[in-house]
Design a protein around this ligand. Structure first.
Ligand code: NI
Length: 182
């Protein structure tokens, strides 16, 4: 089932999400619905707070064609299909950073360049509660960082340059008014 999205201006996007503690059928259903919603919205990531669930869960899926280096090799060969990430922990962020344009399903029609570490280690639980760990690079690392930010109430627009933030201020205000009126 596709779930309705929560948009910029909703206070739920600014909260600190709670850890997931019950690895039951409800969680499995939620994770399936989140993947379905991500696909329906053509996103590469979706976090709990974006569908009104203040829990530490996100889903991500990096299309193979966006995960190739110049030689056409996968940069994250272990990433196949949608990944359900529960109670994520990020570590070993590379000091080396790269800049790339980002968007967010909760902030339609706004994009901007964000500097983020090139690689990161992601430790997380799967839907059965089993701990897993993987090293992510480039877009996959960026996605994991962006989605984990959502669980801490941080949005990519917070990380834009001051000039860019001023430039999108009107758009954000409009979006917030729309959200609060609905
Ligand atoms: Ni987002």
């Amino acid at each position: 089932m596709k779930l309705p999205l929560v948009y910029y201006g909703d206070p739920g996007l600014r909260g600190q999400a709670e850890p997931v503690t019950d690895f039951d059928d409800k969680l499995l259903a939620l994770s399936r619905d989140m993947v379905e919603t991500m696909h329906a919205e053509s996103g590469i990531g979706l976090a709990g707070p974006q569908i009104g669930v203040s829990r530490r869960i996100f889903v991500m899926e990096i299309p193979a064609e966006l995960d190739e280096d110049e030689q056409g090799n996968r940069m994250n060969p272990d990433l196949e299909g949608p990944l359900v990430v529960i109670n994520p922990e990020l570590s070993s962020l590379t000091p080396e950073k790269e800049e790339m344009e980002e968007g967010c399903l909760s902030i339609p029609d706004v994009r901007g360049k964000v500097r983020r570490p090139v690689s990161v280690t992601l430790r997380f639980q799967d839907v059965e509660g089993k701990w897993r760990e993987m090293r992510l690079h480039h877009l996959a690392a960026r996605c994991a960082l962006h989605e984990t930010d959502h669980l801490n109430g941080v949005l990519f627009v917070d990380l834009l340059s001051q000039v860019k933030r001023v430039a999108i201020k009107g758009k954000l205000r409009k979006l917030k008014d729309q959200t609060l009126q609905s």
